[in-house]
Design a protein around this ligand. Structure first.
Ligand code: SF4
Length: 116
């Protein structure tokens, strides 16, 4: 069964494998437990960080040192770079392909090695 939703709690409850899609492209794919426990792609991390928790204080995603944000939208490269806290100039060098970051876990990010 293919189940499509923005409700991450329901996705987590129903799914064995999760594909995260941004602007029509799969940006991350992993088994459900793996994806929720160890997300790699910055978009997935933002989605999971946006889920409200009654007992937790608000969380912010920390970008690694040396990042430069504010790259121009529409300049090519990674489709997520205008919104990405981890974006660098190198992120505009092309659409990142899905790479295996762990067995059965794929992410489409030029910087995945720094984010695993
Ligand atoms: S390739 Fe760059 S802009 Fe795209 S998700 Fe990865 S870090 Fe962010």
């Amino acid at each position: 069964m293919l189940f499509i939703s923005h409700n991450l709690a329901v996705v987590r409850h129903l799914s064995r494998r999760v594909l995260v899609i941004y602007r029509g492209r799969v940006v991350e794919s992993a088994g459900c437990d793996e994806l929720f426990a160890r997300p790699v792609h910055p978009y997935t991390r933002e989605l999971l960080a946006a889920v409200p928790h009654l007992s937790a204080p608000p969380r912010r995603i920390a970008a690694p040192a040396g990042d430069s944000t504010g790259l121009a939208p529409g300049a090519g490269g990674c489709p997520f770079h205008p919104r990405c806290a981890f974006a660098q100039a190198a992120c505009q060098r092309g659409v990142p392909p899905l790479a295996q970051v762990r067995p059965g876990h794929l992410a489409a990010c030029h910087r995945w090695r720094e984010l695993v």
